[in-house]
Design a binder for this molecule. Structure first.
Ligand code: ZN
Length: 211
């Protein structure tokens, strides 16, 4: 446990230094996943149910849960085993890439996390119940998580849109990347699987903030 804590601290320090000194951000690839509110979680998994953590995600407090559900779209096509991420949130939000959404028969808007205006409908099926979501499916926008001090060093402000460069075999400039600043966040960029594949980026790769 102590070693775990130490390696987390080293990792955090490294990500911060990379950002501050090299203007480099470590890539986190967000595969399709779901955030649930308590009410919806209890519909899917039963009354007073609690999510089971299988591992911590990089940002403090965030975790991958053991629980998964099936998403069904209007064409009755489905995707099984879609991971729930914890902790619970005030509102349920389903985050898909376009290549997930097309087979389901929906076209979710590209949105900031939490902005569900115009988002797509879907049905979620859990072991204890079925949830008919009138809205809640989005394609999460490109965004970075960053702590206030590092943001200040890089002269970035909350909600600003920046560009980053991927320098691999599919070198790409990714624009309209939202800067999200919060205390204790570790500098990283979150991309969906379509963006990551298009730029040949995988978890742990580096992109460079454009001047
Ligand atoms: Zn994120």
């Amino acid at each position: 446990m102590a070693e775990d804590y130490l390696s987390k601290m080293v990792q955090k320090r490294m990500y911060i230094q990379l950002a501050r000194i090299k203007k480099a951000l470590v890539v986190g690839v967000s595969a399709r996943h779901i955030h649930l509110c308590r009410e919806d979680m209890e519909i899917l998994f039963g009354k007073d149910y609690e999510l089971t953590k299988i591992y911590d995600l990089l940002q403090p407090g965030e975790f991958a849960a053991r629980e998964t559900v099936t998403i069904i779209g209007p064409k009755m096509k489905s995707i099984n085993n879609v991971r729930i991420l914890g902790p619970l949130r005030p509102t349920t939000q389903v985050e898909l890439a376009m290549s997930d959404a097309v087979p389901l028969g929906i076209k979710p808007p590209v949105s900031k996390s939490g902005n569900l205006k115009g988002s797509s409908a879907a049905v979620l099926v859990g072991p204890k119940g079925v949830l008919n979501l009138g809205e809640g499916c989005i394609r999460a926008n490109r965004h970075i998580h960053i702590d206030p001090e590092t943001a200040q060093v890089l002269r970035l402000s909350n909600d600003e849109l920046i560009s980053v460069r991927a320098c691999g075999i599919k070198s790409t400039i990714l624009g309209d990347v939202q800067v999200r600043v919060k205390e204790d966040w570790i500098p990283t960029i979150h991309l969906d699987t379509d963006d990551a594949n298009a730029a040949d980026l995988k978890q742990g790769d580096i992109v460079w903030i454009e001047c």
